[in-house]
Design a binder for this molecule. Sequence first.
Ligand SMILES: [Cu+2]
Length: 160
Amino acid sequence: MGFFLSIAAAIALTTVASTAQAHGDEKHNDAVYDGHAAALGEPGNPKSVNRTVQVTMTDQMRFSPARIAVKRGETVRFTVKNTGQLKHEMQLGTIEELTEHAKVMLLHPEMEHDDPNGISVPPSKAGNLVWKFTKPGEFEFGCLVPGHFEGGMRGKIVVR
Ligand SMILES: [Cu+2]
């Protein structure tokens, strides 16, 4: 829990709209989602998915595709396949959020994530991440296993 709080604090520093109480284990009862990756939208409802995008993660520290185009308002299911022998993650965020988060991961490599804006996938497994993109802009996705983001394991999401 201490590690989680420290990362929440690190991210809050870079996110003007965030407050300490936006993070943590609270349920998101508010009409407006203000948790992780709120700049991109909100956790998607699996029952209202508009499109499925297949994403592959490799031990060469790459995502395929590395660029994903989304329409504003779309709910996308990312089916994320790990073809490697290492654990990998797909985390959505702004460039600033992911960069800060990656720095914290280098200090606390054992930290696990359980946030709606990302998914951790064991070797040779696949998982689903559903997100609703409500805001236009250029965002990022990245693997925050220590060293992976720095090794180039990141991609771009463009919402129009
Ligand atoms: Cu990785």
